[in-house]
Design a protein around this ligand. Structure first.
Ligand SMILES: Nc1ncnc2c1ncn2[C@@H]1O[C@H](COP(=O)(O)OP(=O)(O)OP(=O)(O)O)[C@@H](O)[C@H]1O
Ligand SMILES: [Mg+2]
Length: 453
């Protein structure tokens, strides 16, 4: 942990020095300023947790310095120090945003205690700010393609209404992110967002998960437990993989949607106010046709349908997403990486059958595995090569027939070399090529032979 940073501002050298020594002994990192002007300079150039600021300074007076410090983005806590008790002055400082007011002569305990409180208060603020940033990260849709712009617009229009939303999209396209974005933009934003993945919970537990149960209502129900509908009261319930619910559970969910009421297993009726957002990667129309999904539930859920398009329909989104994930994982792993511009088209040329989730995984791996600070084309090629889901789309990302053909040829040769266990003679046979011809191509493509050649 780095030390907490304190700035002492006083025009008397004796006061500055003694405060500095005392506070250093308390474990703080301390800097000093002899004037208001100098104080402002320092505050603008580096962050402090707290400032001890004398009211009576030569030049600019303490209160006007206070005002300007407080107006900074993410200001430190300011403790004003005055030569004598002055109640109106203390009040004025408080109104201007001072954290506290201490009189001279300074009592060591009083200074230490006030400073501890000020630093704790500042740190609490910072923690909240960080959490909020993380939350925002969980609800921001990256991408500027037309489909994503349209989706963002639909989200903005839909979110403030209480309407139910049904989100369609392949695996990993961002359905959950869309659900969270809707919640974050709705009037329910400060109430809970509760998620339930219907595919991940065994059928016999789903009812108790959704509706809760009362102690002793079935074998193993040792304690009463609230269900997700109750936990989401006032907020949003996200039912993921809705098509994986049994017909029996579907009937119960339908009833909650109709009446906003339900019974916990073994309990009596509860009323709730829950907005339901559902998602599926299946084609619900055909699930209905084959009798696996209730049509009436479909209509109840599908007040506003939103489709999240697969990544291959919006290749323009790959570069901003890739850069976003590089930044995100650089921060997470504490290792700053950048993506070489020439590596971006290779990412864009992939089919991404696993969509954004797949791209995100590939970038995470790249951030971890790339030894230098720049993720280059060769690292990207190597990682994509080991990722069947991400295999390059042969019809995208090449500027000419020649480039496409060469890319195919290189991969085909690599594949056959692998099959031949690196034996070039054997690979040449598999490829129906003269050995010398294969060597030439390998050199041209920078492919190294596995048998030392
Ligand atoms: N447009 C986007 N901008 C930023 N991050 C995204 C975007 N789309 C998806 N992601 C991220 O990709 C990952 C997969 O997204 P999400 O879980 O929302 O997809 P999903 O459709 O619910 O997937 P699954 O069907 O597998 O449950 C998440 O980490 C999500 O934050
Ligand atoms: Mg999901």
């Amino acid at each position: 942990m780095s030390k907490e940073r304190i700035l002492v501002v006083d025009d008397e050298e004796g006061v500055r020095n003694s405060l500095r020594n005392i506070l250093k002994d308390e474990g703080y990192s301390v800097e000093v300023a002899e004037s208001g002007e100098r104080c402002l300079e320092m505050v603008r150039s580096a962050p402090f947790h707290a400032i001890l600021l004398d009211v009576w300074l030569k030049g600019r007076d303490g209160l006007s310095v206070l005002e300007e410090v407080i107006a900074q983005p993410r200001p430190p806590r300011v403790i004003m120090i005055s030569g004598h008790a002055d109640v109106p002055l203390a009040h004025k400082a408080g109104r201007l945003g001072a954290f506290d007011f201490i009189e001279k002569p300074l009592s060591l305990e009083k200074v230490a205690l006030t400073l501890r409180n000020a630093v704790a208060d500042k740190k609490k603020d910072e923690r909240i700010r960080q959490l909020r940033e993380q939350l925002d990260e969980g609800t921001t849709l990256i991408g500027d393609s037309r489909p994503i712009r349209e989706l963002r617009q639909q989200i903005e229009v839909t979110a403030p209404t209480n309407g139910r939303v049904l989100i369609f999209g392949e695996n990993g396209t961002g359905k959950e992110l869309v659900a969270r974005a809707i919640h974050a933009l709705s009037a329910r934003r400060d109430e809970p967002f509760v998620e339930m993945n219907c595919a991940a919970i065994p059928e016999e537990l789903i009812e108790s998960e959704l509706f809760g149960h009362v102690k002793g209502s079935f074998t193993g129900a040792g304690e009463s437990k609230p269900g997700r509908f109750a936990l989401a009261d006032g907020g949003t319930l996200f039912l993921d993989e809705i098509a994986d619910m049994s017909l029996r559970t579907q009937a119960k969910v339908l009833r909650v949607l109709q009446e906003q009421a339900f019974e916990p297993v073994g309990g009596s009726t509860l009323r709730v106010d829950v907005r339901v957002i559902a998602a599926t990667n299946k084609d619900l129309k055909s699930e209905i046709a084959s009798g696996r999904f209730r049509e009436d539930l479909y209509f109840r859920l599908n007040v506003v349908p939103l489709r999240v398009p697969p990544l291959r329909e919006r290749p323009e989104d790959v570069p901003p997403l890739a850069l976003h994930f590089v930044e995100q994982f650089s921060r997470a792993y504490g290792r700053v990486k950048t993506l070489a511009p020439e590596a971006v088209p290779a990412l864009q040329a992939c089919r991404w059958t696993g969509n954004v989730r797949e791209l995100k995984n590939v970038i995470e791996r790249l951030v971890i595995l790339t030894p230098g600070s720049v993720i280059g084309l060769s690292e990207v090629r190597r990682t994509i090569g080991s990722e069947p889901e991400a295999s390059p789309d042969l019809f995208r990302g090449f500027a000419s027939l020649r480039e496409g053909r060469e890319n195919f040829e290189r991969q085909f040769i690599q594949k056959k070399l692998e099959e031949a266990g690196g034996n070039v003679v054997r690979a040449a046979e598999l490829l129906g090529l003269e050995r010398s011809n294969l060597y030439r191509k390998m050199r041209a493509y920078g492919i190294r032979g596995g048998d030392g050649s």
